[in-house]
Design a protein around this ligand. Structure first.
Ligand code: G16
Length: 548
């Protein structure tokens, strides 16, 4: 039985205080996520997992973020962050699930033992973990449970307090790269603002001053953090007006606001009155997703989602790479099945950029994007970023332009690598990227939107008795189980022009998601409803029948 750093008595004692409820836990799309009152035992066990992961990596700092992002306020969750700021290595997800479901102290200690043995972990090392949390009222109690787990595992830990999810990812990478050639930045919140604001100012030099953008902060942690960031930028250079920035009133987080609401409802959030010609964007509850929108002259709402951001970013970076004379740098885009058919067509047909499709979840997109020199990855829901490979970074840093235009482009590319949070999708950093591009192009949102016209699309949630019976293949575009369901979906889809629909279980909410797109809005709505009803009938739907 494992002893030494992992104190058996403390783990037993902590398990008494944090008993495991009768719930089937699973590490989902972005960690454990559910109603906050079921998460107490998970937090204490995540503390142990984070410590073990750090020990396995010779004491490298691991991050723990307590948030449920876009979910309702009564939910909470936890994500683990690996040393370079990326999501936890997937092979550890199963082990985390196993530990989460171990109930009595002996079973917990035996799972810990098997992890130590499997990874040949030296428990004499010192584990290092940092953690942060969002504005949810359930966070303080969950932080205390996490700390019990970290202490029981003998980890050195630092509480970074209230942070956006991407700030925590940034901090993890900074701490682990400090003093190396690969140093990512100052491991402080201030260091984050300085890095982004300096890069932003470089990129905005000589460009037109944009009218203030209106930012819906979902009444989440993005609000105080954006206010803080604004202190680092002269309002003559750029500024923003905040909407939904109330983090004090209970029940407001993500309520009829935020990136997920705007994307799924395809309408402006509560509190935003759209004036034609102005720019609007929404963060989600932990500020790692971003969508833009605007109203046209007729007052009609238009969404510029993650697909549109990916297209804009890829186009801009490809142009800069060309102007800078560093064409050896290849650019690629990574999407998921939720990407609008028109966006994929635009990227491969017009921009002629390679496009890959992977399963939902930043963890999948991030790794695929690493295969390119510059990998642009965005989910349609607005979660994404741009990765620059070490070779691309080196080329950008060391190349010397032969003309002033080439030198300017190289300086701008260099600043882009600083502006973009390369650890994970970051609403603040992504917004600054979009603002830079619009300023460089002298574009309004409407002009940006001209690149291509989205096919009408719908996302419907269906609540079923057991969503784990839905199993997919082909980057989640096809169901393999329940058996026969995919054929029935295909039969429905074949009746619609440009029809496409797929079904998958959410990894963050207790629901099955149905996506549909077709040539017209009416057809799309019919298609979405038909598939959702089929899922409800054949997949064990509970509660009221699906509606849009
Ligand atoms: C998380 C993941 C995203 C994913 C989203 C929805 O986002 O990080 O990659 O797109 O969940 O996942 P699902 O459809 O499985 O529920 P967030 O912003 O909620 O952390």
């Amino acid at each position: 039985m494992t002893q030494m750093i992992l104190d058996q008595q403390r783990i037993r004692a902590a398990n008494e205080i944090h008993p495991t409820p009768d719930v089937k836990f699973a590490y989902g799309t972005a960690g454990f996520r559910m109603q906050a009152d079921k998460l107490d035992s998970i937090m204490f066990k995540v503390g142990i997992i984070a410590a073990l992961r750090s020990l396995k990596l010779n004491g490298a700092t691991i991050g723990v973020m307590i948030t449920a992002s876009h979910n309702p306020e009564e939910d909470n969750g936890v994500k683990l962050v690996d040393p370079r700021g990326e999501m936890l290595e997937q092979s550890w997800e199963g082990l985390s699930t196993e530990l989460a479901n171990a109930r009595d102290a002996d079973s917990i200690l035996s799972v810990i033992d098997s992890i130590v043995a499997k990874y040949n972990i030296n428990v004499d090392n010192k584990a290092n973990v940092i953690y942060a949390y969002d504005t949810r009222p359930s966070c303080p109690a969950l932080v205390a449970s996490l700390k019990d787990g970290l202490d029981a595992a003998g980890a050195d830990s630092i509480d970074f307090g209230l942070k956006t999810t991407p700030q925590l990812h940034y901090l993890v990478r900074c701490i682990n790269t400090q003093g190396t050639n690969d140093a990512y930045g100052e491991p402080t919140e201030e260091g984050y603002y300085v890095k982004l604001s300096e890069a932003f100012k470089t990129l905005m030099k000589g460009k037109p001053v944009l009218p203030a953008i209106s930012v819906d902060c979902a009444n989440g942690v993005g609000a105080p953090k954006l206010k803080e960031f604004l202190k680092y930028i002269d309002s003559n250079v750029w500024t923003a007006n905040l909407v939904n920035d109330d983090i004090k009133t209970p029940g407001k987080l993500n309520y009829n606001a935020g990136a997920d609401y705007v994307k799924t409802q395809q309408k402006a959030p509560l509190g935003a009155v759209l004036n034609a010609g102005d720019r609007y964007c929404s963060f989600d509850g932990d500020a790692d997703r971003l969508v833009y929108y605007y109203a046209d002259d007729a007052g009609v709402f238009h969404l510029l989602d993650g697909d549109k951001i990916a297209g804009l970013a890829a186009m801009f970076i490809m142009d800069l790479v060309k102007t800078a004379g560093v064409d050896s740098i290849n650019v690629g885009v990574v999407q998921t099945a939720y990407a609008n058919g028109s966006s994929t067509k635009y990227l491969s047909g017009e921009l002629k950029v390679p496009v890959s499709c992977v399963s939902t979840g930043v963890k999948h997109l991030h790794h695929e994007a690493e295969k390119y020199d510059v990998g642009v990855y965005f989910e349609a829901n607005g979660h994404g970023t741009v990765l620059f490979s070490p070779e691309a970074l080196n080329t950008i840093k060391t190349s010397e332009g032969r003309t002033p235009a080439q030198n300017t482009a190289l300086t701008q590319l260099q600043a882009l690598t600083e502006l973009i949070n390369q650890t994970v999708g970051d609403a603040l950093s992504d917004m600054l990227l979009v603002e830079v591009i619009l300023a460089h192009r002298h574009w309004t949102c409407q002009e940006w939107d001209q690149a291509y016209t989205d096919l009408p699309n719908r996302l419907v949630k269906v609540v079923v008795a057991d969503r784990t019976i839905f199993k997919t293949t082909d980057a989640e575009r096809k169901l393999v189980e329940p058996q026969g369901l995919q054929q029935e979906i295909d039969t429905i889809v074949s009746k619609y022009s440009n029809g496409r629909s797929f079904v998958r279980a959410s990894g963050t909410e207790d629901a099955v998601r149905v996506y549909a797109e077709a040539a017209t809005r009416t057809e799309t709505d019919y298609l979405a409803m038909a598939v959702a009803q089929l899922v409800y009938d054949r997949g064990g739907g509970v509660g009221s029948a699906p509606s849009i």
